[in-house]
Write a protein that binds this ligand. Sequence first.
Ligand SMILES: NC(=O)c1ccc[n+]([C@@H]2O[C@H](COP(=O)([O-])OP(=O)(O)OC[C@H]3O[C@@H](n4cnc5c(N)ncnc54)[C@H](OP(=O)(O)O)[C@@H]3O)[C@@H](O)[C@H]2O)c1
Length: 245
Amino acid sequence: MIDGMSEPTIALVTGANKGIGYEIAAGLGALGWRIGVGARDEQRRETAVEKLRAAGIDAFGVPLDVTDDESVSAAAELIADHAGGLDVLVNNAAITGGSPQIPTTLASATVRAVVETNVIGVIRVTNAMLPMLRASASPRIVNMSSSVGSLALQTTPDIDMGPVPTAYLASKTFLNAVTIQYVKELSDTNILINSGCPGFTATDLNGFRGVRTPQQGAAIAIHLATLPDDGPTGGFFDDAGTVPW
Ligand SMILES: NC(=O)c1ccc[n+]([C@@H]2O[C@H](COP(=O)([O-])OP(=O)(O)OC[C@H]3O[C@@H](n4cnc5c(N)ncnc54)[C@H](OP(=O)(O)O)[C@@H]3O)[C@@H](O)[C@H]2O)c1
C-alpha cells in the first residue's frame, strides 16, 4: 500500500508466471498489494496465481499476450472490472528471440518478433492501462530493461557484454528511448516512470546461466514500483544506482 492510501495498491506485472516477473509479483504482494498476474498461458498463469495465493498474496490471473491487441484490451477491462483500477504497471514480459544473434546473419523475423514483444508490447500494454494509471493517486510505471541496452555501456571500450543476442540488446535500447518519450509526454502528470535492470539473473531467458537469483533480480522493480510520490522519474536504475542510457 502506498503511504496515505486506504485501499490496497493494485499492480499488474506482465510475464509474472515465472522468473523475475513472478518474484516481482511475490515481492509486491507481500506488501499487501493486490497483484494482477499477467501471463499468456492459462496453465502457467493459474499455477503462479495458486502459488502466490498459498503464500497469502491477493493475486488474480490476467490473461495477457502483450503481442495481441485484443488480449491487451481484454486485460485492461478485466482489471477495471475485477480490481476497479490500476496503480502500478510493471512491464516485465520479454523474449530474447533465441541465440546466437549476430548482425550479419540476423533473420528479420527474429528482429520483428523481439521488437513486437519487448517494445511494441510495452507500448500496447502501457497505452491500454494508462487511463487507469492516470486516475490513480500514486501511479508508477516500471519498464524492465537491461544494461545491455545502454548505448553508453555498449560503446565503452573496456566493457565486454559477452555474446548478447543483437535483436534482444537493440530492443532494450529501443525500449529505453520509448521510455524517455513517455516520461516527456507525461511530465505534467503524477506518474513516475522508470527503467530497471535486474542484473544477470538465472532464468529461462538465459538458460539459467545468470548469477543472480530471480528474487535478487526482482528487487530493482520492487524498489521502482514503491517509490514515494517525490521519487525519481525518467531514470534507469539497477541495484547499484543509475545505469547510463
Ligand atoms: N534474466 C536476466 O539476466 C535479465 C537481465 C536483464 C534484463 N532482464 C529482463 O527482465 C525481464 C524478465 O526476464 P526473465 O529473466 O524473468 O525472463 P523469463 O524467465 O524468460 O520470463 C519472461 C516472461 O515473459 C513472458 N512473456 C514472453 N512473451 C510474452 C508475451 N507475448 N505475452 C505475455 N508474456 C510474455 C514469459 O511468459 P511464458 O512463460 O508464457 O513464455 C515469462 O513469463 C525481461 O524484461 C528481461 O528482458 C533479464
